[in-house]
Design a protein around this ligand. Structure first.
Ligand code: HEM
Length: 536
C-alpha cells in the first residue's frame, strides 16, 4: 500500500477555493476597500488636473500595465481542457506507477494542445507540429507527458534546439512570416540538417494540418523507461490514439480557415466539450524489454526514429477523456507549466540526448515566464498531494511554512518532513550502469537519416504523397535563395527520387546528381568528420 500525503483525488475540488465569484458583491480595491466610483478619477475641480493621491486610479492602471507575461518561447498558441484518465487493467507487471496500476482510479488531468512556431495570437491552422501536453495529477505527484502529434523530432540533440527555433520563428529583421515554415531561414537550416529528413516528411504531410485537436494522435516521442516494483526496467514509447480517428484538412481549406476563423481548433475543442461531446484518446504503449535494446537497425535513443508498429505493436492500456473547459484561460491554460522531468515512481528517463536537454529547459524557461521559483504554487500547477520540503521564500511565495527547521539533517525536529524509502513511494532513479569517456559527439547508431523518412513517404497513399509534394513545392517556392531550394532537392533525392523530381518540376529546378554535404561544425576541428556525422 502506497502511503499518500492527501487521499483526495479531485483536482477540480483543489481549484475551487481559488475561484472568485463577483456576482452580487461590492467592488473593492485589491486591499479590500469598497470602491464607490471606478469611472471618474480624483481631480482638483471637475476639469482637473488629476491627483497623484488617487489610489483607486493608480491601482487600476498599475495592475493593467502589468497584465501581460511573456508568451512561451515555443508553443505559445494553445488551448487547454480538464479531464480524467483511467487505466483499463493494472500495468503493475511493468510499472509501479500507482495511477497505471489501479483500474478503479480516475486520475484528474489537464491537457494543453498547441502549435509550435506562431505567437499567442497566430492562426490554429498553420502548417506546424502540434503540442499534446498532459499533466496527470496522480496520488504520487504530478506526471507530465509532454508530447507532440508527430512521433519524431527535427534534431537528435537538445543543443541544436535554439538553432532550430531561431530558424523556424519569423525572421528577425521583419518578423515575417508568422506561424509558417515557408521562409529562407527555416529551409536553410533544414537543408543543412539531414537528421531532420524524417520529421520533414511528417511536417509536410497532412498530419501538420489537423481537422481538429480531437482528431490528432499524440506521441511522447522519446523512449522512456517503465520500472516495476522489483526494479526491472522496460523501454516504452507512449502514444495517444484519438477515438474519433485521425483527420486532416486540405491545404487549400487550411488557408481559407486561417483567414476566416483563426480560432478554428480552439473553438472546436471548446464547443465540443461545452456540448458534452467529450473528446477521448486511448493511451498506447510500445514496450521493449531491456535485453532487446540493440536489436533494431536504429537506436532507441534517437528521437528522429519511430519503432515501427509491425515490430512492436501498440497496446492500448487506458483512456483519456476531456470533460470540462477551463474557467479562466490565463489562470489555467496560460499559467500551466508542463515539464518532461515531472515523473512519478515507476516512470524514468533514458539517455536520449534530446530528452536529457529538455530535462533542463522546461523549468529554466518557466522561471522567467512565470516570474520566479514559486510557479509550482499556482493552482493549476499544484499537485493534489501536499508538498513538504525545505525549499523556502522567493518572489510571490504563497505557502506559510511553520517552524524554524528548514534544513536537513536536523535534530530539532520541529515538524520537518522525512525522506520516504522506495517502498513508501520515494522516487528512486533506475540504477543504469554508465561507464564511458566524456565526449562531445554522437553515436554512429544515429547516422541513418533517410530510411525512416522513406518508410514514411512510402506508407502514404498516392493522394497523400501528392500532398507532400505540393506542400514542399509551396513552401520551397517561398524561399528566395535558389541555393537553398537546390540543397533541399538534394536532401529529398536521398529520401525518394520521385519526391525530389516532383518538387523539382514544380520549382523549375533540376535535382542535383550529387547532394551537397551538410555543413556541420559540431565536431572538433582536428577530428575526422566521418566519426561525427554521416557522409551523404
Ligand atoms: C514547450 C513538446 C523538444 C523546450 C513545449 C510544449 C510541448 C513541447 C508540447 C508546450 C507545453 C505547453 O503546452 O505548455 C516537445 C517535444 C519535443 C520538444 C515533444 C521533442 C521530442 C524540446 C527541446 C527543448 C524544448 C529539445 C529544449 C532543449 C521547450 C520550451 C517550451 C516547450 C522552452 C516552453 C515551455 C514553457 O514556457 O512553459 N514543448 N518539445 N522542447 N519546449 Fe518542447
Amino acid at each position: 500500500e502506497i502511503p499518500v500525503n492527501q487521499p483526495d483525488n479531485d483536482k477540480l475540488d483543489h481549484l475551487e477555493p481559488h475561484k472568485e465569484e463577483a456576482a452580487g458583491a461590492f467592488m473593492t480595491t485589491n486591499h479590500g476597500v469598497k470602491i464607490n466610483d471606478d469611472q471618474n478619477s480624483l481631480k482638483s475641480g471637475e476639469r482637473g488636473a488629476s491627483l497623484l493621491e488617487d489610489f483607486i486610479l493608480r491601482e487600476k492602471i498599475t495592475h493593467f500595465d502589468h497584465e501581460r507575461i511573456p508568451e512561451r518561447v515555443v508553443h505559445a498558441r494553445g488551448s487547454g481542457a480538464h479531464g480524467v484518465f483511467k487505466v483499463y487493467e493494472s500495468l503493475s507487471e511493468i510499472t509501479k506507477a500507482h495511477f497505471l496500476s489501479d483500474p478503479s482510479l480516475e486520475t484528474p488531468v489537464f491537457v494543453r494542445f498547441s502549435t509550435v512556431a506562431g505567437s499567442r495570437g497566430s492562426t490554429d491552422l498553420a502548417r506546424d507540429v502540434r503540442g499534446f501536453a498532459v499533466k496527470f495529477y496522480t496520488q504520487e505527484g504530478n506526471f507530465d507527458l509532454v508530447g507532440n502529434n508527430m512521433p519524431v523530432f527535427f534534431i537528435q540533440d537538445a543543443i541544436k534546439f535554439p538553432d532550430l527555433v531561431h530558424a523556424v520563428k519569423p525572421e528577425p529583421d521583419n518578423e515575417i512570416p508568422q506561424a509558417a515554415s515557408a521562409h529562407d531561414t527555416f529551409w536553410d537550416f533544414i537543408s543543412l540538417m539531414p537528421e531532420s529528413a524524417h520529421m520533414i516528411m511528417w511536417v509536410m504531410s497532412d498530419r501538420a494540418i489537423p481537422r481538429s485537436y480531437r482528431m490528432m494522435e499524440g506521441f511522447g516521442v522519446h523512449t522512456f523507461r517503465l520500472i516495476n516494483a522489483k526494479g526491472e526496467s522496460n523501454f516504452v514509447k507512449f502514444h495517444w490514439k484519438p477515438l474519433l480517428g485521425v483527420h486532416s484538412v486540405a491545404w487549400d481549406e487550411a488557408q481559407k480557415i486561417s483567414g476566416k476563423d483563426p480560432d478554428f481548433h480552439r473553438r472546436d475543442l471548446w464547443d465540443a466539450i461545452e456540448s458534452g461531446n467529450f473528446p477521448e484518446w486511448e493511451l498506447g504503449i510500445q514496450v521493449v524489454p531491456e535485453a532487446d535494446e540493440h536489436k533494431f537497425d536504429f537506436d532507441l535513443l534517437d528521437s528522429t526514429k519511430i519503432i515501427p508498429e509491425e515490430l512492436v505493436p501498440v497496446q492500448r492500456v487506458g483512456k483519456l477523456t476531456l470533460n470540462r473547459n477551463p474557467d479562466n484561460f490565463f489562470a489555467e491554460t496560460e499559467q500551466v507549466a508542463f515539464h518532461i522531468g515531472h515523473v512519478v515512481p515507476g516512470i524514468d528517463f533514458t539517455n536520449d540526448p534530446l530528452l536529457q536537454g529538455r530535462l533542463f529547459s522546461y523549468t529554466d524557461t518557466q522561471l522567467i515566464r512565470l516570474g520566479g521559483p514559486n510557479f509550482q504554487e499556482i493552482p493549476i500547477n499544484r499537485p493534489i498531494v501536499s508538498v513538504h520540503n525545505n525549499q523556502r521564500d522567493g518572489y510571490m511565495r504563497q505557502t506559510i511554512n511553520r517552524g524554524k527547521v528548514s534544513y536537513s539533517p536536523n535534530s530539532l525536529g520541529d515538524g520537518a518532513p522525512y525522506q520516504a524509502k522506495a517502498q513508501e513511494g520515494g522516487y528512486t532513479s533506475y540504477p543504469e550502469k554508465i561507464d564511458a569517456r566524456k565526449v562531445r559527439a554522437r553515436s554512429k547508431s544515429f547516422f541513418d537519416h533517410f530510411s525512416q523518412a522513406r518508410l514514411f513517404f512510402n506508407s502514404q497513399s498516392d493522394p497523400e504523397k501528392n500532398h507532400i509534394i505540393d506542400a514542399l513545392s509551396f513552401e520551397l517556392g517561398k524561399v528566395k535563395t535558389v541555393a537553398i531550394r537546390e540543397r533541399m532537392l538534394g536532401i529529398l533525392s536521398l529520401i525518394d527520387k520521385s519526391l525530389a523530381s516532383g518538387v523539382g518540376y514544380a520549382l523549375g529546378l533540376t535535382v542535383p546528381q550529387q547532394p551537397e554535404q551538410p555543413i556541420n561544425h559540431s565536431y572538433p576541428a582536428d577530428a575526422d568528420p566521418k566519426d561525427y556525422q554521416p557522409v551523404i
